[in-house]
Design a protein around this ligand. Sequence first.
Ligand SMILES: NCc1[nH]cc(CCC(=O)O)c1CC(=O)O
Length: 373
Amino acid sequence: MSALRLGTRRSHLAMTQSGHVADALRALGHEVELVEIVTEGDTNRAPLTQIGGTGVFAAALREALLQGEVDLAVHSLKDLPAAGHPGLTVAGIPRREDPRDALVARDGLTLGELPPGSSIGTGSPRRVAALNALGLGFEVRPLRGNVDSRLARVSDGELDAIILACSGLRRIGRQDRITEAIDPLQMLSAPGQGALAIEVRADDRRMIDIVGALDDADTRAAVTAERAVLLGLKAGCSAPVGALAEVVEDVDGSLEISLRAFVGAPDGSDDLRRSITGPFDKAEQLGLDLAHMLLEDGADRIIADAGGDDAVAGSVRAGTGEEHRQKTQAQHHGAHEIVADASEPPPGRPTNAGSAGGPEVRTTNTDAMERDK
Ligand SMILES: NCc1[nH]cc(CCC(=O)O)c1CC(=O)O
């Protein structure tokens, strides 16, 4: 049997994530070859909201899959448009890392310890909205570039702090730079944050079976609920929307999903938080129901004020093959060139970072409670 060709972006983070999936497949007895795909998001330093949202990272990998250049592609699940792609299927979602956002601040400070006027770098409208909703008087500054150059902005004294995902920092062995794993009550992570999505062609039975062995049912249920919030809001993956689901046991021992969501205007003028709990096997419906609650309370107005992310995400999905050839170059490399990060633990249980409400509470308006934080 020929080697499985795994398409990956070339960044340190993407290579590490792909390396883990490759290792997991090799442990099951498969031969795996990594194929590097260069995406526009990697080469263009303009703000993501100007070059087509986070969907730019996924679009090139998906094209390579559809063209048959690779057999599987590893994405950060949160960068994958929630709508799915005809012809492709997410066959594996491994157990996710810590979904929380990370503060990397000068002098080991936490959010609560940073004085008013502190400069905090982030390029994510969701993180901007959450920071401004805290009302702590921070000066939020735009931030892009690879993780190491972002971290340098703090060590160089240019910024007081930056926000990144805990999972990304952990994957590349920089978790020592985290000064606070931000409580979800203060900042709700992006739908799917910390999870990987392994995509294959929808008609490729063999790959669906192979990759299915890496799937984690709890993670799949949680991210399905989180992404359904985006679907229900008709929002793109760079919209100012946070969602976090946790699998919890009900008093009678049955599995439930506890889902929280946040929608905020990046200028801090308005924000909404809602939560809901429901059966494990109704993950998608739960997310859609929560989106409905948010819409009833004006979420669409808040998202529209943030600049209509959905239109941009749509234009990426509609990309033609011609654009693809201009945007991507596939480079074949032997798997031996991938240096595994020995400090990286295998995917563990996600941290249970404070669950929302008791299981007996079906829906909760957490607005007032969280405003005090
Ligand atoms: N938008 C960029 C991006 N996409 C995935 C991750 C890593 C986090 C993850 O695994 O979800 C990051 C970096 C970040 O948010 O700090």
